[in-house]
Design a protein around this ligand. Structure first.
Ligand code: GTP
Ligand code: MG
Length: 237
């Protein structure tokens, strides 16, 4: 009797038509890697204001960008399982500096997370807006170690002009960005599907866009485990 073929080192191929066949790291091992990474320590490192130096880029870094009030700080809190790591507010424009966090246990592969000031908040003084915008743009264009930008888009509103402007900047700077829809709890599933389709269509034309959208709710936890798995793929070993 012939020997059985050796097991495929990559493991069994995911079944066609499931969420796994587009390369998403959402199998049990990927989800567990994500869970472990985000269950480890997470420390605030620095809040950077215009004129200050960024912390040294010694870890793979993920930035969270998006319109004011879209839910950046809430998403970071949901990912890290902390209620108030990144400050959350009903007042748009609350995050007024670049906040750096370090995720993971000492001596293990970790990630740096960066909560960016939101754009599109018209009520702040013009001079302040110009300074944060310049700081954020400098960061996004020139940051060594920036592996991905999570571009948060409110699922109720879809892409706005400010989002398109950031996408253009990131396309030009060749920085990969992935759209994360937020506040999915506020929509019915049919409405959500329409927004997903419209955003996916707009992303298809963009050079630095990651093709996969992640749908999340910081309120209900939808998509949080999946986003952890996505981001855990980016740690340096
Ligand atoms: P800035 O720092 O001003 O740019 O805002 P931000 O993008 O950090 O938004 P933040 O996390 O402060 O959230 C803004 C508001 O949206 C708060 O009232 C949150 O409670 C609310 N919010 C955030 N995420 C969700 C969500 O998934 N579902 C619902 N229903 N509300 C959310
Ligand atoms: Mg914020």
């Amino acid at each position: 009797m012939p020997d059985a073929p050796p097991p495929d080192p990559a493991g069994p191929a995911p079944a066609k038509g499931t969420a796994l066949d587009d390369g998403a790291p959402y199998d049990a091992a990927g989800l567990e890697r994500g869970r472990k990474l985000f269950a480890g320590g997470c420390d605030f490192i620095a809040g950077i204001v215009p004129g200050a130096d960024f912390p040294p880029p010694d870890l793979a870094e993920i930035a969270f960008a998006g319109r004011s009030n879209v839910g950046k700080s809430s998403l970071i809190n949901a990912l890290t399982g902390r209620r108030a790591l990144a400050r959350v507010s009903n007042t748009p424009g609350r995050t007024q500096q670049l906040n750096f966090f370090r995720l993971g246990e000492a001596g293990r592969p970790g990630l740096s997370l960066v909560d960016l000031p939101g754009y599109g908040y018209a009520k702040a003084p013009k001079r302040d807006i110009a300074r944060w915008t310049a700081l954020t743009q400098d960061y996004l264009k020139g940051r060594v170690g920036l592996r991905r930008v999570c571009l948060l888009v409110d699922a109720r509103h879809g892409l706005k002009d400010g989002d398109i402007a950031i996408m253009e900047l990131l396309d030009e700077a060749a920085v990969i960005y992935q759209v994360v829809l937020t506040k999915a709890d506020k929509l019915k599933s049919g409405e959500l599907a329409n927004v997903q389709a419209a955003v996916a269509k707009a992303l298809a034309r963009r050079v630095a866009a990651h093709p996969r959208l992640v749908v999340t709710s910081a309120e209900t936890g939808t998509g949080i485990a999946e986003l952890r798995a996505e981001l855990a793929e980016l740690t340096q070993s």
